[in-house]
Design a protein around this ligand. Sequence first.
Ligand SMILES: CC(C)(COP(=O)(O)OP(=O)(O)OC[C@H]1O[C@@H](n2cnc3c(N)ncnc32)[C@H](O)[C@@H]1OP(=O)(O)O)[C@@H](O)C(=O)NCCC(=O)NCCS
Length: 150
Amino acid sequence: MIYEATSHRGAICARVLATLPQWFGIPESNEAYRRDVESMPMFVAREEADEVGFIALKRQTPFAMEIHVLGVQPSRHRQGIGRALVQRARSYSVGVGARFLTVKTRSPSRPDQNYLRTLAFYEAVGFVPIEEFPLLWDAENPALMMLMVL
Ligand SMILES: CC(C)(COP(=O)(O)OP(=O)(O)OC[C@H]1O[C@@H](n2cnc3c(N)ncnc32)[C@H](O)[C@@H]1OP(=O)(O)O)[C@@H](O)C(=O)NCCC(=O)NCCS
């Protein structure tokens, strides 16, 4: 079941990111995500009493919504939860008048096993690569912008 979270967004984000150290291993970044999501549209996947994944969105322009952060607990990977969260983000974005959904992830020009799986996920759910930004984050982490037309 996926619901829109309107309270405890930071705490839910922090709990899920703590299970994903290979992707979210920098404490200061995780803290920034925890703060950021408090004021963002956020959708949570819950199974029984457990919050197993979430997606938080940022309105970049009147036309474009961005996935700010997305995570699913590793024990629940490959069960369709990420796809369902993106689907919910799509319908929310269409509902508020956006025409594009974007996301930035690590570029395969500097391959990392974990982020190659993330890239495979984004491609599988319909994103296409648009542009690389080699120094947006830092030279070790080139950013790839991906886009989906809504
Ligand atoms: C990326 C992530 C959210 C995907 O969530 P998920 O619930 O495991 O994904 P789904 O089960 O919905 O997968 C949908 C499709 O994506 C593709 N996919 C997902 N994980 C994949 C992997 N590890 N390798 C190859 N393809 C993959 C598959 O085509 C999959 O469909 P299938 O299982 O029917 O073959 C999850 O792996 C995650 O939390 N990763 C760590 C954090 C992260 O990368 N966040 C996003 C960047 S900040």
